[in-house]
Design a protein around this ligand. Sequence first.
Ligand SMILES: [Zn+2]
Ligand SMILES: [Zn+2]
Ligand SMILES: [Zn+2]
Length: 594
Amino acid sequence: MLNRLQSLKKNENLIKFYFNNNYNNLTRYFCTGGSGGGSDIFSTKNSKDAINSTIRSKEDIEEEIKGFQNAPQIKPKIPVDPASLHLSYSIQIAIQKAYDEFMNGKPEEALKRYYWVLSHTPADYAVRIQRATVLESLSRLDDAIIDCNTVIKNSTEGEILSEAFVIKGICLVRKEKYNEAIVAFEKSLLLIHNPKIVDLKREAEMMLYPDTVIVPNHEDDYEFFNGLSSTLMGNAMVKKSPIHGRGIFATRDIEEEELLFEAPSLLSISTNLAKHKYEKHDDEHCNNCHLSLQPVELQNDREISKSKEFPKIEDTLSRMTNLPLGSISGVCCPNCNEAIFCSSECEAQGMARHRLICSGTPSNVHTNFLNKFYHDISKLDDEERTEYLLMLQVFSLQYTTGGNQDEPLRSMQMDQFLKRLVHTEPSKNHTTSYLSRKDMKIYQSIKGIFSNREITQEIYHRVKSIIRLNAVAFPTSRIKILSEKNPMDELGYSFDFQEIPSQQLASILMQGSFFNHSCEPNVFIATPVVNDKSIRFCTRRPIKKGEELFISYLDGEKLTTEKRRTTLKETYSFICNCQACTSRKTIDFLSILD
Ligand SMILES: [Zn+2]
Ligand SMILES: [Zn+2]
Ligand SMILES: [Zn+2]
């Protein structure tokens, strides 16, 4: 008897459990149906069949009750009133009827039944959620929210709570309270992760910030691009662009030649290194920030250093250039004695990355692969070699300590950034290999250098394509200070500043990667660039608030419209429709489109 009772109780739970499960299905359909609600979204036969097969038949239950009534009279531990069993039976039937009615497009009738059920079992939160859903479908949003809040306040079951938050969120979206809706969806996601709810949250975010993010390819795009915009010194933001995907836009009126923002590159390499002595490290520049180790050269420094005012002069010039005067001794990598860093800060930052590709690393295997890599790229032309050297840097940066070494391109902020850079997808035709024979060799070397890391061919391809589409080249400078005796000046001298070309860098920019191209750009990289940790972007002409900001992806030389468009099409796979390109009528569009 006792056993029987327990089994019946268990089955009651089972019914609820299945109902919840099916209800989950409903929520899922609900989610795909958008925020509109309505009975059509429930018209899935499968979930209805499922519920019919899991709820026991009326006969089964009646038999069970009969069995209970006819059982020998042993006093049960928990007193059971057969009438209450009948009531609970009627409730179950009512719940199913309500469900059927709702499924069959009779939400009003379903609702009446749910009110009856909940008047008897107010603490049945699964049923309360169902009523909230029906209320939402009837646009009785406030009543639905009240039901959800009751559940949120009282239920302790994660699954039910999660659903309550979702329905509340959906109602809030319909009430155009997007902020509160986002919070509700977030709470739901904390309890149960469901991609459909992620979509709902994203939709609410899109409504709240209509033009912040264009192609929300990633769950955290909104946070990422907002974070990125916050580094643009209040002058610009990243948002959807009518040109290509995303772009950078002015957030206020900006004068001509005004500083837009200053930002570091993600990484750079010297193109001189690629051309001449790529196997050796450059001993004239910092391996991390590429600052010349003689950043400021003071003409007549011997004579000036004898001046009484010299400490003052040194201080003034150093402040004006923001650089130390004279030579920097630098710190060498203790393993290879070749890579050199300009400061302890650069040493800390740079060594983490350099260590992985240092030729003086004791491990033979590693060095062999590194040598093999350099050998593989030695026969390539400068441009291609530069790309592969950048690739080595991207991988070394990705795998520095702090990154998750088992999950390449998944962790760190670096990954956040990389995954959003423009890249081409690997060709779908090559199911066995994405890579050419040449790339296959280099791929094996790269894998060897970063041994035990899961660099797949796909990741290799992607990094290569990111570099191809995002790398930029720009010159860096040293500063030469010319001096002239000037008794009228309180320092005894007057000074003039000159830029001396230092080296050309190939870089992957951070913020700068989100500029679109124009052949008549309104933004340029200001000179001098002394290191790649502070690249300054300035306006070329007055900008109006809301205008899109462009740089030119092409070298400064004067090219014909045709040449520019062809180059852009070949290198970046887009056809330039900037002012300069479209104001000329002589272009043969079709020849480019081929
Ligand atoms: Zn440095
Ligand atoms: Zn080293
Ligand atoms: Zn153009």
